[in-house]
Design a binder for this molecule. Structure first.
Ligand SMILES: [Zn+2]
Length: 94
């Protein structure tokens, strides 16, 4: 049983088929908001600030998206979870 379908390695040289998907934007370095403002401890009562780090579904935004440093992201997660327990933030969106 011979399989005639080879995974053709030639494909790059076939016309201008390959679209340039690799458009890389110059990475804009996100700065941790809490570091910038010199907030050492994130307060769970600060709902207006915490809301920015929660999606509309109620999920906590990842560090990659939020731009927080590891130190503050960790604090942020705890703060959001506390806020949820105090019914300041929803567990589940809407
Ligand atoms: Zn930080």
């Amino acid at each position: 049983m011979e399989n005639n379908k080879k995974p053709a390695p030639a494909g790059k040289e076939f016309g201008g088929e390959e679209k340039s998907k690799k458009v890389r934007r110059p990475q804009k370095r996100k700065v941790c908001e809490f570091c910038e403002k010199g907030i050492a401890v994130i307060d769970y009562k600060d709902v207006s600030r915490l809301r920015k780090y929660v999606t509309e579904k109620g999920k906590i935004v990842s560090a990659r998206t939020s731009g927080c440093c590891a130190h503050h992201q960790r604090q942020l997660t705890v703060a959001i979870k506390r806020a949820r327990n105090m019914a300041l933030l929803p567990f589940k969106g809407e």
